[in-house]
Design a protein. Structure first.
Length: 279
């Protein structure tokens, strides 16, 4: 068997060494700035904790410092206390985003494609978009039988606008020649939507979903302060009521980590849907 034809491996130990060195250099370049940023954030966090601990008016909140917070973080993770709140919050965010996608993508396609609909809906949609999602809380409580359903509604109404307008923007950017070529080749409306429009706007849709995830994750925590007895927002509120500030900060850290991972997933989807090769 021809090894070089089957496996793309270095032929000599020297080549192995150079390949390992290139990999190490690439990894170092990829990590140096994130590590520097994290170190700066930790230094700022430590400095803030030191200021709080040395101020007689705020020293009761000294547990917000990195040391107590990271200890509490390890405790809630190792004990399994963190998993139930995460599951509840992800359940609410997941369903809220699902409803926002099911409404926002078709609506965005229609707004982007039909000029009359775009002009007609511009003023009322902009008016509704500018209303804080939490302002709908009294209406959500009256309209839905459970707090879970009310929170999912609030997340959906917050997330639908980024998805709708990103999708509409993507449709407006489609080259009209693509549609004309499809029509000349006998494409019916379904084929045009399935094989021309949706692939062309995929990157815009995922970009809108990325924005929606950020908005939904921010809305989730204050929404969970009210009524429910589960979720990350409830865990923060409960830690505040019991004066466990290290635990409160640990749950804030959990929220940040999960939000970062959700955003990273969206970035990956955006890159995969791009027509351009990744550099």
């Amino acid at each position: 068997m021809n090894r070089d034809a089957t496996f793309d491996l270095p032929a000599t130990p020297g080549e192995w060494g150079w390949a390992s060195l290139r990999t190490a250099n690439h990894l170092r370049r990829a990590l140096q700035y994130p590590v520097l940023g994290i170190a700066g954030l930790l230094a700022l966090w430590w400095w803030g904790g030191w200021l709080i601990a040395n101020n007689p008016d705020t020293m009761a909140f000294a547990s917000f410092a990195p040391g107590p917070t990271l200890t509490a973080f390890w405790d809630i993770v190792s004990s399994g206390q963190v998993w139930s709140p995460i599951e509840s919050s992800l359940h609410r965010v997941g369903f809220g985003l699902l409803y926002a996608i099911l409404i926002g993508v078709p609506l965005g396609v229609m707004i982007g494609y039909f000029n009359v609909l775009r002009e007609t809906t511009h003023v009322p949609f902009q008016f509704l978009r500018m209303i804080s999602p939490l302002a709908w809380m009294p209406i959500a409580v009256l309209a839905f039988a459970t707090w879970d359903a009310a929170i999912i509604f609030l997340i959906a109404i917050a997330a639908v606008w980024p998805i709708t307008y990103a999708t509409a923007h993507g449709v407006q950017r489609i080259d009209p020649m693509w549609l004309k070529v499809g029509s000349n080749l006998g494409a019916n409306p379904y084929h045009t939507l399935r094989y021309i429009v949706m692939p062309a706007i995929a990157q815009d849709v995922f970009a809108g979903i990325r924005l929606a995830v950020g908005v939904a994750w921010i809305v989730l925590v204050p929404a969970e302060y009210l009524g429910v007895t589960s979720g990350l927002g409830y865990a923060i509120n409960d830690a505040r009521d019991t004066l466990e500030y290290d635990k409160l900060a640990a749950f804030v850290l959990v929220i940040g980590l999960i939000g970062y991972m959700l955003d990273a997933i969206c970035v990956r989807l955006i890159r995969r849907s791009s027509y351009h090769a990744e550099s």
